[in-house]
Design a protein around this ligand. Structure first.
Ligand SMILES: C[S@@+](CC[C@H](N)C(=O)[O-])C[C@H]1O[C@@H](n2cnc3c(N)ncnc32)[C@H](O)[C@@H]1O
Length: 228
């Protein structure tokens, strides 16, 4: 991907959803936010945020934003909300999105668990995408693991009936763990996952990580679940 040109805060602002400032003030580091005490928070009003009532898809951990950009370009009739815990990636993606003036994409910088738990209205999202989450191999990092039973329950809560969870990883153990977690979470049923197709250009991949692993010839594990 080419380096996007620098943009001002005013130019990127329409593509950024910020945690309420008092939350940042209180908790500072968004990686710590999930442990914060409960406070009164206003749920996101999707039609107000996007200016229309189109279906909303969420991508958790969007990294450099390839999926958000390609999907939102292909589907202007859908809205995309990305949650990324690392500010520099959020700003990188927001800059690229601002450069393309994509009104159907918003990005946020926060722990996805916090946003799903406290800001996303229940039964309001048509798809949650989770692509190549960090496996966090070391025992001392295990608490950073994204896909826990609590996370599965949060995803279930925010999906509309018939809404979908789309999960992709290069790590077989992680895939099996997520499969087991979802089997144990009431209210999900597996569907056939989307198939891989041969790329037609250099960026014709689901995400940057998919591109890297497929170019290395590594296996990719895909799954799709429906909320029943
Ligand atoms: C391995 S990278 C994959 C990036 C992208 N999905 C891709 O496939 O190219 C995982 C991403 O998830 C983000 N992430 C990790 N934990 C997160 C959390 N709790 N909430 C939101 N984003 C998170 C990381 O900062 C990183 O950008």
């Amino acid at each position: 991907m080419r380096k996007p040109r620098k943009m001002t805060a005013e130019e990127t602002a329409p593509y950024i959803w910020e945690l309420p400032p008092d939350l940042y003030g209180r908790w500072g580091d968004p990686t710590k936010a999930a442990d914060a005490p409960p406070v009164e928070m206003t749920p996101i009003d999707w039609p107000q945020l996007f200016g229309n009532a189109n279906p909303v898809e969420i991508e958790v951990g969007f990294g450099k934003g390839l999926f958000l950009i390609t999907s939102a370009t292909a589907h202007p009739e859908r809205n995309y909300f990305g949650i990324e815990i690392v500010r520099k990636y959020q700003l990188y993606a927001a800059t690229r999105i601002a450069g393309r003036r994509m009104p159907n994409v918003k990005t946020s910088c926060a722990d996805a668990k916090l946003v799903l738990d406290r800001f996303v209205p229940p039964g309001s999202v048509s798809v949650v995408h989770v692509f190549f989450p960090d496996p966090w191999w070391k025992t001392r990092h295990k608490k950073r693991l994204l896909f826990t039973p609590e996370f599965a329950a949060l995803v279930h809560r925010v999906l509309i009936p018939g809404g979908r969870l789309h999960f992709v990883t290069d790590v077989q153990d992680y895939f099996e763990w997520v499969t087991g977690t979802l089997v144990a979470t009431p209210g999900f049923r597996p569907l056939p996952p989307p198939q891989e197709s041969a790329p037609t250009h250099d960026l014709d991949y689901l995400t940057n990580f998919e591109r890297k692993f497929r170019q290395q010839g590594l296996p990719i594990y895909r799954s799709l679940y429906e909320k029943v």
